[in-house]
Structures are given as structure tokens and as C-alpha cells.
Design a binder for this molecule. Structure first.
Ligand code: 5GP
Ligand code: ZN
Length: 107
């Protein structure tokens, strides 16, 4: 089972910031900004390239909005990143959206 599936089933610890039926927001273990949250799909999908569920994809961006508002990131601004494939820096093969705010390096 992959590390994000283990976090979702509770066998691996993580700081959970928000969740709904389809997505769970956790703190990244190696933050690259003042706030670095990962929105992880609750079902195991390898990457954006494998994501076929339209409802899941549509809810992804509204979940980003919701989490950014809930965590008070709107005023400071925030950046979202989805790495797809090794060549783009994807390390964990389970769909996730990075949400970064504060002290973000240039991308
Ligand atoms: P990727 O490079 O696949 O887009 O991003 C994977 C992210 O998962 C990285 O930013 C990495 O720091 C984070 N990460 C790796 N292992 C763990 C873990 O066990 N717990 C948490 N919360 N984040 C992790
Ligand atoms: Zn998984």
C-alpha cells in the first residue's frame, strides 16, 4: 500500500487540515513554503494522467479554494502544483495537489 493510502486508512500518521468525501488535506512532511499542504485523493489513482473520474477532477479545484479559504491563505496568495510523472518531479504515485503559501520560491 502506498504512503498516502496508509495515511488515509490511518495506519500512518499525518496532520490532517481538512477533508471531504473525495479529498484529504495534510501537511507536507518536508514543507517548501510557510504553508505546504497536500490535497490527496481518497482513492488510489497513480497520477493526473490516470485520473478519469470527472467528478473527482472537478471537485479538485473547488477543494483547493475551500482549503485555501479555510486556512486563511487568500490574502497572502497561494500556488497549486500537480507533478505528473518522474520527469516532472512526482515521487509519490498517488494523485495529490500541492498547495503552497508564504515564502514560496519561484517555480
Ligand atoms: P511529489 O513530488 O510526488 O509531487 O510530492 C510528494 C510530496 O509528499 C513531497 O512534497 C514529500 O515531501 C511529501 N511526502 C513524502 N512522504 C510523506 C509522508 O510520509 N507524509 C507526508 N505528510 N508527506 C510526505
Ligand atoms: Zn495510494
Amino acid at each position: 500500500m502506498c504512503i498516502f493510502c496508509r495515511i488515509i486508512d490511518g495506519s500512518l500518521g499525518a496532520t490532517i487540515r481538512w477533508q471531504n468525501e473525495m479529498w484529504i488535506a495534510i501537511d507536507d512532511i518536508h514543507p517548501k513554503a510557510k504553508t505546504h499542504v497536500l490535497l490527496v485523493s481518497k482513492t488510489h489513482i497513480e497520477s493526473l494522467e490516470q485520473a478519469m473520474d470527472q467528478a473527482l477532477l472537478e471537485s479538485g479545484l473547488s477543494t483547493v479554494q475551500m482549503v485555501a479559504r479555510t486556512l486563511g491563505l487568500v490574502e497572502a496568495g497561494y500556488k497549486t502544483v500537480i507533478n505528473t510523472g518522474r520527469g516532472a518531479g512526482q515521487i509519490v504515485d498517488h494523485l495529490h495537489i500541492h498547495l503552497l503559501s508564504g515564502n514560496i520560491g519561484n517555480v
